[in-house]
Design a protein around this ligand. Structure first.
Ligand SMILES: [Zn+2]
Length: 77
């Protein structure tokens, strides 16, 4: 299953800044943590997960690591 990072935006919507990055399976609009995301929200490759650690959804990250043991840049804290 191919995973994608998908953005959650704050109160300003898509014109504002990304609030949190979640991970979805394929083209789904529901994140691994169960949050419904805007289908129009930008996606990016999960290899960029390490780029914005402050914005990452921790629940999605945990589930993602369990489903994808070979995540680039995986490192325990
Ligand atoms: Zn999430």
């Amino acid at each position: 299953m191919r995973h994608r990072m998908r953005a959650e935006y704050g109160p300003e919507g898509l014109s504002g800044e990304v609030k949190t990055w979640h991970i979805v399976r394929g083209d789904e609009a529901v994140a691994l943590c169960g949050r419904d995301l805007d289908a129009a929200a930008p996606e990016q490759d999960p290899s960029l997960w390490d780029r914005t650690p402050k914005l990452n959804c921790h629940t999605c990250g945990a589930v993602f690591l369990r489903e994808s043991p070979y995540v680039p840049g995986e490192h325990p804290e």
